[in-house]
Design a protein around this ligand. Structure first.
Ligand code: G4P
Length: 529
């Protein structure tokens, strides 16, 4: 029992989120560097313009030049065992990105100091808030001209609706960046630009030390004293309970590229965040320290090898310990089985593993039996974890098969790909299965869908892009959706569970529908129960 408890306690499983280019890859790389998982900076992110990070580990994706998935890395730092869940950005953004957040116990949000909160951060942030997980902010690129740090705090608080607590505070920025002041330890760590290959040695000086004038300059010294006075008087108090509930975000300033402020951030973060948290299930709360194994499926990576049609299913372990040869129960399939080729990604390699603990993420070969949200547990138990919500797609396309004789393949392909969670499919209320509306979170998913329909199911598609960008589930169970008053460019559709939804072209149309239909309740996530 002692070992199980120790192993679980030392685990930290978090997602790292940012708008593209804020510095997520660079920061991840520095974490790996401190953990000794890579020997030198630059190993994760290759040369200029090469976007192959460790996270783009699927060879097939590299060949296609795309990354359809979010991925996971494990490494050790001091006594901690850390699982980082990467959330892809740019065109790779997909529903998988959201689902990854369901597997994390906390999130690290990287913000570009000159840009502040950007669109993609906002979207991912909403999911973190829905889950009430702790959120830690790293304000990056302080070695460049930044926005006023007070304005940045104000923006995070007003746009994201979370309180902030700056753990450290920057002294200047850009060419004038001198370092940060640690509010708790009440000392200064001065900035030394380095090539970013090694950890920067910190110079520590007390705020009242007269030598500060010569270290950071008189002006910055006096600005710093004023700033700290203002912060101590006006900002929120530090409250670890609020941090753990996701109500207060500890904020750190630094520069990932020059390695400044990264290690203090990592250390504070690991201490303040939680070890694996309990999860809700049909049998009540599941304690991570319960020795019986349990896990849920949060991601399915299909067809990495076209010849074999294999899939890898990713599990987040929620309790106990996993052993390679153990028998488990797949609850939704009501079948006992052994998980085949369990593996983990350790920095740059995939490794077959013998054991794993609550908090860990493992990939297993899937003969096509698992679905997103499924529960896998010790045969001594039988319960289902809370379902993973369905997230609102933002791009829609109407599709049907070119060759009408391929109807069966068309239905099979669209249904299977939807079951894997790569796309969502909708129907107009009175149409048959021969025409579907495909909805996705990121446009790349549409390309992947078309590619897979052709290559795996041998079906060519007629496609028609649709102008909708917003979808809302109708929560009211007691109204006939066909009687709703809707603007002419709003469409009523059904999902595969026969839930009614509305497709809108603008937020203005959503408001219009809510105003004209009293009592109408719409939601952006569907919990599926
Ligand atoms: P992402 O994963 O969030 O998309 O961001 P990534 O780490 O790839 O960083 C985006 C760009 O910002 C990179 O430059 C990176 O070197 C730079 N960067 C990251 N952190 C810092 C920082 O603290 N200070 C400064 N000045 N720059 C930073 P790039 O030119 O796009 O890439 P590269 O080809 O130079 O690697």
């Amino acid at each position: 029992m002692g070992k199980l408890e120790d192993e679980i306690k030392r685990r930290r499983t978090f997602a790292i989120i940012s708008h593209p280019d804020a510095g997520k890859t660079t920061l991840t790389e520095k974490f790996l560097l401190y953990g000794g998982a890579i020997a030198q900076a630059g190993a994760v992110k290759g040369k200029k313009n090469s976007r192959h990070a460790v996270s783009d580990w699927m060879e097939i994706e590299k060949q296609r030049g795309i990354s359809v998935t979010s991925s996971v890395m494990q490494f050790q730092y001091k006594n901690y065992c850390i699982n980082i869940l990467d959330t892809p950005g740019h065109q790779d953004f997909s529903e998988d990105t959201y689902r990854t957040l369901m597997a994390a116990d906390s999130a690290v949000m990287v913000i570009d100091a000159s840009k502040g909160v950007e669109n993609q951060t906002r979207k991912l942030f909403k999911v973190c808030v829905m889950r009430h997980i702790p959120i830690f902010t790293f304000v990056n690129k302080m070695d460049r001209e930044s926005r006023n740090p007070f304005d940045l705090m104000e923006q995070i608080e007003s746009e994201l609706g979370i309180q902030t607590y700056p753990v450290n505070w920057p002294i200047g920025s850009g060419k004038e960046f001198k370092g940060v002041y640690d509010r708790d330890k009440k000392h200064i760590i001065s900035f030394e630009a380095s090539g970013g290959q090694h950890q920067v040695a910190a110079t520590e000086v007390d705020l009242s030390d007269p030598s500060l004038d010569s270290l950071i300059g008189e002006d910055l010294h006096s600005t710093l004293c004023d700033d700290i006075e203002l912060l101590d008087g006006a900002s929120y108090e530090f409250d670890i309970e609020k941090v753990r509930k996701g109500e207060l975000s500890p904020v750190f300033f630094g520069s990932a590229l020059t390695n400044f402020g990264v290690e203090p951030f990592l250390e504070n973060f690991l201490e303040m965040t939680t070890s694996p948290t309990p999860r809700n299930s049909s049998a009540g709360i599941i304690d991570p320290f319960d020795p019986e194994f349990s896990a849920f499926v949060f991601k399915i990576q299909a067809n990495m090898n076209k010849a074999h049609r294999d899939r890898i299913t990713f599990l987040r372990i929620c309790s106990g310990k996993f052993d390679k040869d153990m028998e488990v129960l797949h609850v939704q399939g009501n079948k006992k089985l052994r998980l085949s080729q369990p593996q983990q990604i350790m920095a740059q390699e995939r490794e077959i593993i013998d054991e794993a603990y609550a908090g860990d993420i493992i990939g297993v070969f899937d003969p096509g039996i698992f679905a997103i949200g499924d529960t896998i547990c010790s045969p001594k138990k039988k319960f289902e974890f809370e379902s993973i919500p369905t997230f609102a797609p933002e791009h829609f396309m109407r599709v049907r098969q070119k060759d009408t004789l391929k109807r069966k393949q068309f239905v099979k392909g669209t249904t299977q790909i939807a079951q894997e969670g790569a796309i969502q499919i909708f129907h107009e209320p009175d149409s048959g299965m021969e025409e579907v509306i495909v909805g996705v979170v990121g446009v790349l998913q549409l390309e992947v869908f078309e590619y897979r329909m052709k290559n795996e199911y041998n079906v060519d598609l007629f496609k028609e892009g649709l102008p909708y960008s917003y979808i809302r589930w109708i929560d009211n169970k007691d109204i006939d959706p066909k009687t709703l008053k809707l603007s002419s460019d709003t469409k009523l559709v059904k999902d595969f569970r026969d839930n009614y939804l509305l497709l809108f072209t603008s937020e203005w149309n959503i408001r219009w529908a809510l105003e004209r239909n009293e009592g109408l309740e719409l939601s952006e996530f569907n919990r599926g129960d």
